[in-house]
Design a protein around this ligand. Structure first.
Ligand code: FAD
Length: 509
């Protein structure tokens, strides 16, 4: 039995929601993964009369496809979709049976209108938290359009294929045999990459806003909701709705919610914002701010949005170390997400750069998967909490190097080593290894503001206790500001403050 009693009970409830019969076509051999996959498929079939099974030969063995009776949908799972992919399997079963996917009608129409034949392959790991979003998005596209097929491939089950394609980051997506992209992707993002992103003309007729929020993380979502609840015209522009929490595995300090996962909280934020009359402009990046009579925000696509007030909540992103090799080998051994990409380095030697909480947590996680972890820290002491340091030092396959400066990440097609300087002796050293995880903190996403809005030396927007910046009508909130302590609940609070500050400003001006 692959599924435990709790999962089976949950699954039974979902399977009751199936709307018609479906056919699982199974391609299995005599290997261990094939046997486990067959056990899973048989277990599913015994749990629902709607699930039929046929044994056949598919492109990959072991794999199975999820089909309507008499019509292949193009959804394939190569490997066993358990772990983080279990939800992808359940959704595929339900959607192929006829349950409508939770996607905006506009997006459904865009997918249905695709005329070209697209065959997607997504390489994932079952411990990757970012992977299910891509798998589910591509499955939805396959369900909606017969020209689109998608195969999820578990890297652990297809090691040789992953190595031959030199895949060192998950999720990595191929389209018709060519690299398409890596990292999280929603249906809207995939459509945009396929060339159906809205251009500037779609924004041309927008009336000026009362409050325009830039950034769709916890701070921006909170600001938008507080503004919209005042009944004023509110818009929100987000490069990626959700922000940093999309990369957060487990959240246990969001008060009143004992435990949640980042992507789940991001989905709730978006749902809450959409409850209100807020013009949500997702997948749009702001590139310029100018104060005229109104405040103007120019987007990357050239559109100009106008508003009486603006709330900047563009948060923060991973800091780069800016050494030769970092950009060149990104996704080819240079990684930022240990949860996602760690399993691709099973049995190998990796380095973690950074000895703060995130670096040491990453090293502890990786030590359970890889052969050896070397932690490189610039200071003479690690900065992580002592409980984490104790755990790290107790591990047999970890080396900690302090007072060292990374000089270069070396390699040919992918990472082969790291060169660093011992600061005390000023001698250069080199270690041969296969992966480098960079964990040196975050930097505020405020460069795009040029010399308009006042910032401190760290690049944080300077605000007062009502969220106001030096420019009248421009407010800011969250991790991109001087507000101390970068946390979800604090960002949400400062988003609320900035929205109320903007409302007061509108009343007075
Ligand atoms: P962000 O979440 O960074 O959101 C910024 C938004 O602005 C995004 O939508 C982004 O796409 C958008 N944006 C950026 N630039 C532009 C632009 N030019 N135009 C348009 N949009 C733009 N906090 C906790 O409280 N608990 C935790 O357990 C926790 N764990 C964490 C784990 C990790 C790995 C990380 C990285 C952070 C964690 N945090 C945690 C911190 C928390 O996630 C942040 O404090 C919070 O997300 C900040 O919210 P924000 O809205 O200010 O910014």
């Amino acid at each position: 039995m692959l599924l435990d009693a709790t999962i089976k009970a949950q699954l039974a409830q979902y399977l009751e929601m199936m709307e018609s019969d479906i056919l699982l076509k199974v391609s299995a051999g005599s290997d261990k993964i094939s046997r486990e996959m067959l056990a899973l498929v048989d277990e599913l079939a015994t749990m629902s009369y709607n699930i039929k099974v046929e044994h056949t030969q598919l492109e990959r063995t072991p794999s199975f496809s999820v089909n309507r009776i008499g019509e292949d949908t193009g959804i394939n799972f190569a490997g066993i979709p358990l772990g983080h992919e279990f939800t992808s399997l359940v959704l595929a079963l339900l959607q192929v049976s006829g349950r409508a996917p939770k996607v905006d009608q506009k997006v459904i129409d865009q997918v249905k209108n695709i005329k070209d034949a697209y065959h997607f392959e997504s390489y994932i790991s079952l411990s990757c938290q970012n992977c299910p979003e891509v798998v589910q998005a591509l499955n939805v596209m396959s369900v909606l359009n017969p020209n689109i097929t998608h195969t999820m491939i578990d890297g652990a089950a297809y090691k040789e294929e992953v190595e031959s394609k030199n895949i060192l980051a998950v999720p990595t997506v191929f389209l018709n045999g060519e690299t398409f992209g890596s990292g999280r992707m929603t249906v809207e993002e995939i459509l945009a990459k396929l060339g159906s992103a809205p251009d500037a003309s779609e924004f041309a007729d927008k009336e000026p806003f009362d409050v325009l929020v830039i950034g769709g993380g916890p701070a921006g979502s909170s600001a938008a909701i507080y503004a919209a609840r005042k009944g004023i015209r509110t818009g929100i522009v987000a490069e990626r709705f959700g922000g940093q929490i999309l990369d957060t595995a487990s959240i246990e300090n969001f008060i009143s919610v004992k435990h949640t996962e980042g992507p789940k909280l991001a989905a709730s934020l978006e749902e809450h914002v959409k409850e209100y009359n807020v013009d949500v402009m997702n997948l749009q990046r702001a590139k310029r701010l100018e104060k005229k009579d109104l405040i103007e925000i120019e987007l990357e696509n050239g559109a100009i949005l106008k508003s009486k007030t603006v709330i900047l909540s563009t948060g923060a992103r991973w800091r780069n170390i800016d050494v030769p090799g970092e950009a060149e080998f990104r996704n080819k051994g240079v990684a930022y997400c240990p949860h996602c990409d760690g399993p691709l380095f099973t049995g190998k030697h990796v380095a973690v750069i950074g000895g703060g909480n995130s670096g040491v947590e990453a090293a502890i996680d990786l030590a359970g998967i890889v052969k050896h972890v070397t932690v490189l820290e610039y200071s003479s002491e690690l900065k992580a909490d002592s409980v984490l340091q104790d755990r790290l030092y107790s591990l047999p396959n970890v080396t900690v190097l302090k007072s060292v400066q990374t000089k270069e990440i070396t390699g040919t097609d992918n990472v082969k080593g790291i060169t660093y300087m011992e600061l005390d002796s000023e001698t250069e050293q080199h270690i041969e290894l296969s992966g480098v995880f960079i964990q040196i903190g975050l930097v505020p996403s405020t460069d795009w503001l040029g010399d308009t809005v006042e910032r401190n030396r760290a690049g944080e927007i300077v605000i007062d206790n009502r969220g106001a910046t030096n420019i009248p009508g421009v407010f800011a909130a969250g991790d991109c500001t001087t507000n101390p302590y970068k946390q979800i609940i604090i960002s949400m609070g400062s988003g609320a403050t900035a929205a109320l500050g903007a409302f007061d400003y509108l009343v007075r001006n």
